[in-house]
Design a protein around this ligand. Structure first.
Ligand SMILES: NC(=O)c1ccc[n+]([C@@H]2O[C@H](COP(=O)([O-])OP(=O)(O)OC[C@H]3O[C@@H](n4cnc5c(N)ncnc54)[C@H](OP(=O)(O)O)[C@@H]3O)[C@@H](O)[C@H]2O)c1
Length: 217
């Protein structure tokens, strides 16, 4: 790969995704607030940046996956980040944030003639290692076409285009989290009702959860 990619945020999810990029042959400029987390990548040939702006190439692509809205905003607003990214540059933003934050940041990027593509991640760190991530994304069409191969190389097994209006993919991510968490709680409540009933009445000789799933399927 000829293009050097900036990668900011080497936490539980960012590190395996950046490692996948390196393994796919991309050159990486990596930044993490705690620099020691970049050691394994540097040992594999990535270059360590000491500030977010040092991971940015003018007109290039910089990916970020940091903890939350405040962390993302602090990266974007850090000294020289947007000015250096400049015309033709793309920020591929993969943190889970509010749609309002995404929209605000997209407008700030547009003011600097660079593109903001949101691409929040469905998948645990183990799924990143196994290259089994699901990724909704939204943003300017040309920018999305440029970053799609990167998302695949990072471990995206499914990449879903939610159009040009930033905020849409972030909303899908939040709704997905809501469904996952509420399904988990529902299952836990249902099973605990069954277990407590079994304890009280010793009613079933068969594996009772199985009866429920047969009944509702
Ligand atoms: N883990 C999951 O299963 C999972 C799944 C789907 C989506 N996500 C989302 O992916 C994002 C990253 O999650 P993660 O699990 O990788 O989190 P994590 O392991 O806690 O890593 C957070 C990253 O953000 C950086 N960070 C935090 N505050 C910062 C700040 N103020 N300025 C600059 N950098 C800052 C951290 O730097 P330091 O190393 O210096 O602390 C670290 O690189 C989150 O938005 C999360 O909701 C996570």
């Amino acid at each position: 790969m000829s293009e050097t990619i900036g990668f900011i945020g080497l936490g539980h999810l960012g590190l395996p995704m950046a490692t996948n990029l390196l393994n796919a042959g991309y050159s990486l400029l990596v930044y993490n607030r705690t620099a020691s987390k970049a050691e394994s990548l540097v040992a594999q040939g990535a270059h360590l940046a000491s500030r977010p702006v040092d991971a940015v190439t003018s007109g290039g692509i910089v990916a970020s996956i940091v903890w939350d809205d405040a962390a993302l905003e602090s990266v974007v607003m850090s000294d020289g980040f947007l000015e250096h990214l400049g015309p033709g540059g793309i920020h591929l933003s993969m943190s889970t944030v509010l749609p309002e934050t995404s929209k605000k940041l997209a407008a700030i990027h547009a003011h600097h003639d660079c593109a903001y593509v949101e691409a929040p991640i469905f998948g645990r760190p183990e799924a990143a290692v196994a290259r089994n991530l699901w990724i909704p994304f939204a943003g300017p069409q040309q920018a999305k076409e440029r970053v799609r191969p990167l998302l695949q190389a990072m471990g995206g097994q499914g990449i879903f285009d939610f159009g040009e209006e930033v905020g849409a993919a972030t909303l899908v991510k939040l709704v997905g989290n809501f469904l996952i968490v509420s399904a988990g709680y529902s299952l836990r409540e249902a099973l605990s009702m069954l277990v407590s009933s079994k304890r009280q009445h010793n009613r079933w000789s068969h594996p009772y959860p199985l009866h429920v799933f047969c009944a509702i399927s």
